[in-house]
Design a protein around this ligand. Structure first.
Ligand SMILES: [Zn+2]
Ligand SMILES: [Zn+2]
Length: 306
């Protein structure tokens, strides 16, 4: 065994592999960490052979966070151009604390403020997509009222921040979350004033748990047809690629490694070969297991391209 190569050399090799993979217009990647500095996300993704990535914009535990350091933001942008990532293939994930549909006024206000803060961080990082979970009614208001609140949070955030697109994630239907049904995503979008700045990220595990049978033969196509009719393909900005520990319609948000859950490998083959999913980020959020981490799952997915 030769001397251990420096990560940057490995990254160089991965860059070449990534370029080859890009020939099929599929931008597959994963959710990467930001420990040690937000710019580290870029090399992490490169080292695993990814062509797109997701990241958090700060701590998941606090409502108020120190402002994003300009030097760190500059370094992030430099890394993105060094490793050739287009901002269209980078999808930050919003804080789990946020509930823009909350019936509790204080939580709603704090969520609203966090949404503005996170969208501003995106523009500082040179990014124009931002993904978040729409919200939950907590069972104390109707879905319609919850939808109303989510849309108003987006409208207010749009007024206060430059051109970042708010990307709503479909939900598994767990608890009182809104956005498990495409019709709910549609009704939020209907109430957004600037519809050029709203979009959707489809999570395969959430869709399956919400009852969209992507595991069936032709299931991926059927789901996309339904999305096309109910929401519109122009709003589809990304996919989260996750298998599901739970069964069809179970409403549980439990991600599994690709091909190891109830969705199964053939749905992911259909995804990798689906032209409607060209040129958008396809991001893994799977738990990973020894010998089958993100790098191996990315490689597997690219090998499914026919
Ligand atoms: Zn999510
Ligand atoms: Zn997701």
């Amino acid at each position: 065994m030769g001397p251990r190569k420096r990560p940057s050399e490995e990254a160089e090799e991965m860059r070449d592999r990534r370029k080859k993979n890009r020939g099929n217009n599929k931008y597959i990647g994963a959710h990467v960490g930001i420990r040690g500095g937000i710019w580290k996300a870029v090399e992490s993704c490169t080292e695993m052979g990814g062509n797109s990535f997701a990241l958090f914009l700060g701590s998941q535990r606090s409502w108020k966070r120190p402002a994003l350091d300009h030097a760190a933001a500059d370094r992030f942008r430099e890394q993105c151009s060094l490793w050739e990532y287009d901002p269209a293939h980078i999808l930050p994930h919003g804080s789990y604390l946020m509930n823009c549909g909350s019936p509790k006024e204080d939580v709603f206000e704090k969520s609203q403020a966090l949404l503005v803060d996170e969208l501003s961080r995106c523009s500082l990082l040179g990014l124009n997509l931002y993904n978040f979970h729409p919200g939950s009614s907590l069972g104390s208001i109707t879905t319609e009222q919850c939808v109303e609140k989510i849309a108003s949070a987006i409208n207010r955030a749009h007024q206060q921040t430059p051109a970042v697109i708010a990307v709503l994630e479909n939900m598994s239907g767990q608890g009182n979350t809104v956005g498990g049904k495409f019709s709910e995503l549609r009704s939020i979008i209907d109430k957004v004033r600037d519809q050029t700045r709203v979009g959707v990220c489809l999570d395969t595990c959430h869709a399956f748990a919400a009852g969209y049978d992507v595991a069936a033969e032709g299931g991926v196509k059927a789901m996309l047809d339904e999305f096309e009719q109910e929401v519109g393909l122009q709003y589809l900005k990304a996919l989260h690629l996750n298998d599901s520990k739970g069964k069809l319609g179970c409403n549980l948000d439990r991600h599994e490694d690709i091909g190891k859950g109830h969705i199964g490998i053939s749905a992911f083959r259909d995804i990798v070969n689906e032209p409607r999913l060209d040129n958008i980020p396809l991001i893994l959020e799977t738990p990973g297991r020894p010998g089958f981490e993100y790098a191996e799952q990315i490689e597997l997915l690219y090998s499914l391209y026919e």
